[in-house]
Design a protein around this ligand. Structure first.
Ligand code: ADP
Ligand code: MG
Length: 338
C-alpha cells in the first residue's frame, strides 16, 4: 500500500465507500455472550456478567514503526489484536469484545481481505468479537481497543508481588527477537515479503496471547504482567509497583528454541531483553510451587520458575554459583520495533 501525506480525512472519495467497506470487511463477526448490540449503531452495547469489572485497553500499530510496510496484511491484523488481547490476559480478564480504529491510505481490497481474515481468525479462536470501530483515511495505522470482564476484585495487577514469591514465566523467551533478527537478515539479503509458515518468523509475526493462562491464574495469584517490552523491563514494572526486587537464575530462564546455536551470552541477553514475546510473567506463592506442574500440563504451556521476589530492590541475574552474570550487549536498539 502506498501512503499519501495529503490524505483526505475520511474514506468518502475512496472507490469503496466507508460504509460498504465496513460492511464487507468488519461486520458479521460481532456476536458473543455479553454483546447486546454489535456493529452498525452509534455505540455498541455490552452487558457484562453480574459482579464483573470491565478491563479496557488500547494498542496502536503504525506502519513503518510497528510493522513493515510490505508485511503480510494477515500478520498485521493478527498482531494488532494479539498485542491488545495480551493485556487482557495479563489482567486475568476474558474478552467481551474489540473495537478497531483503522486509518487507511486507500481501500485496497486484497490487503483488507487478508487483514480482516488474520484478525478475524484470532478473534474467533479467542472469542473476542469485533463489536465496532472507526474507519478513516490517512497513513496506515491500526488501533485496537479490547474490552474484557474480570470478577470484581480479582484482576491481576502489577502491584501485589511479595518477597519470597516465585517469579514464573510461561512459554519461552527471546523467540520474537530471534524471529525479527532472522527477518532483518532475510530482507538485507534481498528477500521479498516473509513466508509466515516459517517457524523462525511465526514467533515475531503471529504471537499468541495467553488468555487461558490469565483466566486460570485469577484467584491463585494477584500479580501478573505480559512480556511485551522484554523480561527485564516488564519484571521491572512489577518490582516498582510491588516495591520489591527480584533474583533471577540465568540457567532457569527458558530460552526459545530459535536461540539454539546463538552464543550463550547473546542468547541470554535476547531472552532477558528481547520484546514482543507476549508470554505472561507472574508471582506465585513458594509453598504452592508443586501446583505449577499440573497447571502447565492442563494448559499445555510450560510454566517455569526463574527466580524469586526479594525485599532488596533491583533485579539481579545470577549464575549457578550465585554470582551476578555480566550481560552481553545484543545491540537491541537496532532492532527495536516500538
Ligand atoms: P459514527 O459516525 O456514528 O461514529 P461510523 O460511521 O464511524 O459511526 O461507524 C458505523 C458503524 O460501523 C459503527 O457501529 C462503528 O462501530 C462500526 N465501524 C466503523 N469502522 C469499523 C471498523 N473498522 N471495524 C468495526 N466496526 C467499525
Ligand atoms: Mg466514526
Amino acid at each position: 500500500m502506498t501512503q499519501s501525506p495529503h490524505s483526505a480525512p475520511d474514506m468518502a472519495d475512496a472507490p469503496l465507500s466507508e460504509f460498504s467497506l465496513i460492511d464487507r470487511f468488519f461486520s458479521g463477526r460481532d456476536r458473543g455472550p455479553g454483546v447486546v448490540l454489535g456493529v452498525g449503531d452509534d455505540c455498541t452495547l455490552l452487558s457484562p456478567r453480574r459482579g464483573q469489572e470491565l478491563a479496557v485497553s488500547v494498542d496502536t500499530m503504525v506502519c513503518g514503526t510497528h510493522f513493515f510496510p510490505d508485511q503480510p496484511a494477515a500478520a498485521v491484523g493478527h498482531k494488532a489484536l494479539a498485542a491488545a488481547l495480551s493485556d487482557l490476559a495479563a489482567m486475568g480478564a476474558e474478552p467481551l469484545g474489540t473495537l478497531l480504529a483503522i486509518t487507511l491510505p486507500a481501500a485496497d481490497e486484497a490487503w483488507l481481505t487478508a487483514f480482516a481474515e488474520g484478525m478475524g481468525r484470532l478473534a474467533e479462536r479467542l472469542r473476542a468479537p469485533l463489536i465496532g470501530g472507526d474507519t478513516t483515511r490517512g497513513p496506515l495505522s491500526v488501533s485496537v481497543t479490547v474490552i474484557g470482564q474480570v470478577p470484581a476484585g480479582h484482576a491481576l495487577r502489577r502491584s501485589g508481588a511479595e518477597p519470597g514469591n516465585l517469579v514464573v514465566v510461561s512459554g519461552s523467551l527471546g523467540g520474537a527477537f530471534a524471529g525479527l533478527q532472522a527477518e532483518q537478515e532475510r530482507r538485507e539479503a534481498g528477500g521479498g515479503p516473509p513466508a509466515l509458515q516459517d517457524p523462525a518468523l511465526r514467533r515475531f509475526f503471529l504471537p499468541e496471547p495467553r488468555i487461558a493462562l490469565g483466566r486460570t491464574l485469577r484467584g491463585r495469584t494477584r500479580t501478573a504482567i505480559d512480556l511485551s517490552d522484554g523480561l527485564m523491563a516488564d519484571l521491572g514494572h512489577i518490582c516498582e509497583a510491588s516495591r520489591c526486587g527480584a533474583d533471577l537464575q540465568a540457567e532457569a530462564i527458558p530460552r526459545d528454541p530459535l536461540l539454539a546455536g546463538w552464543p550463550d551470552g547473546t542468547a541470554l541477553a535476547a531472552a532477558l531483553s528481547g520484546g514482543d514475546d507476549y508470554e505472561l510473567l507472574f508471582a506465585w506463592p513458594a509453598r504452592q510451587r508443586s501446583e505449577l506442574r499440573p497447571l502447565a500440563s492442563a494448559l499445555q504451556l510450560p510454566l517455569t520458575v526463574i527466580g524469586e521476589f526479594t525485599t532488596e530492590p533491583g533485579i539481579r541475574v545470577l549464575d549457578t554459583t550465585g554470582r551476578p552474570v555480566t550481560l552481553a550487549d545484543p545491540g537491541f536498539d537496532h532492532f527495536r520495533t516500538d
